[in-house]
Design a protein around this ligand. Sequence first.
Ligand SMILES: *Cc1c(COP(=O)(O)O)cnc(C)c1O
Length: 453
Amino acid sequence: MATLLFHSTNGQSPAVNLREAFLRGLAPDRGLYFPEKFPQVTHDEIAAFAKLPYHEIAFRILSKYTDGIIPAADLAAMCREAYNFDIPLEKIYDRVHLMRLDQGPTASFKDFAAQMMSRLIGRFLKEDGQQLTILTATSGDTGSAVAHAFHNIPGVRVIVLFPFAEVSVSQRKLMTALTGNIRTVAIDGKFDDCQAMVKQAFADPALKHLPLSSANSINIGRLLPQSVYYFYAASRLAKPGEPMVFSIPSGNFGDMMGSVVAREMGLPVKKIIASVNDNDAFPRFLQTGVYEKIVPSRNSLSNAMNVGHPSNLARLVAVYGGQMDETGKIHKQPDLAAMRRDLFSTSVSDERTREAFLDYWKKYNSLLEPHGAVAWQGFLDWLKTESLDGFPAAIIETANPAKFPEEIEKAFGWSPDVPPAMAAMIRLPESFDSMKADYGAFRDYLLKKHSSE
Ligand SMILES: *Cc1c(COP(=O)(O)O)cnc(C)c1O
């Protein structure tokens, strides 16, 4: 089989293999890597997943991409190590289920991608003795998932930038308890500032000699593992060949693109619901065909989704035959009619988010945190436009309620239970550096850190 190639959504850089795409993160033309074509999974293969554990499904999906790059036995071992936790599918009513992706080491769905990416990148670096610095800007969850996944991986150094005032205490402690090859930097600014500093570092000629990469969802290494849980849900909830509905709480649209990748690989899908908070650039685009990013991004309860310009829209637009560059400018309009047929998108305000988790608790005696509540309300919004017709649906819960205790305490007067792994981390001493939101200072920091090793 010929090696699968990844091309850039900006169309100006040469296509590369999986290894290059993972190590670079962003293509040289600032576009995002995406597979030239999608390996296919048959309905029979999906049906056979029904009896397999999650790590085995992950192996069967991901091996279609790593064929010729990573020996099958090695990939199988990596999947076994990465996915050693539960993925609960809780029945809500009839064939509608809540898929909780919050049982990983940092209690958010970002563990699914980070745990796999770190193993693959660690292997690539070891193969040719390379070093890599991974820069990550985080509004909370990416930083901890990435820091945990890459902790003690030889050849990798991770620098996480986070907005000190915008992350919850438990989110912060999950990042700052790690030392060694992990460095966390508290920025006196907003998430947008952190992201801008990271982007500037990638573009800075003075840092050309530093091998830098990104673990944000611009990296295709995030997306491929995030397609697996949609196959998993279908193998447990759908009959062979039966299409499903997914409702996904969306910020940078990396999770949602995982479902699109699964569909392009052959997973039958009835509707993908991209539920967003007040950052409603995408639902507006779907309605009007005009894309206007939101600057600065709006603060909402579901803070991991406070994204004014979702970077993965460039990939989504490409799937529908269009082209969008990294600034959000559309050079070629995608097939909007097809997008509206396949996708639904809705904006859920903070007030509706609160109502949604209160209501969910009353009706189903089960706890959602704000991101999952956005997904649940998005599903209810969609039901007003179209019938489920008896098909199965999965609502994606992306974090453990203990990561966002503040709103739950306000609403209910008690705190959610903290998972044991998270409780142990929170007790460890914190260690982090602090910096103003100033790129010059960050560049000096990177240069100094580099020469001191
Ligand atoms: C990152 C995150 C999201 C948004 O995921 P995207 O891939 O950026 O759309 C949703 N919920 C939680 C808890 C997250 O951490």
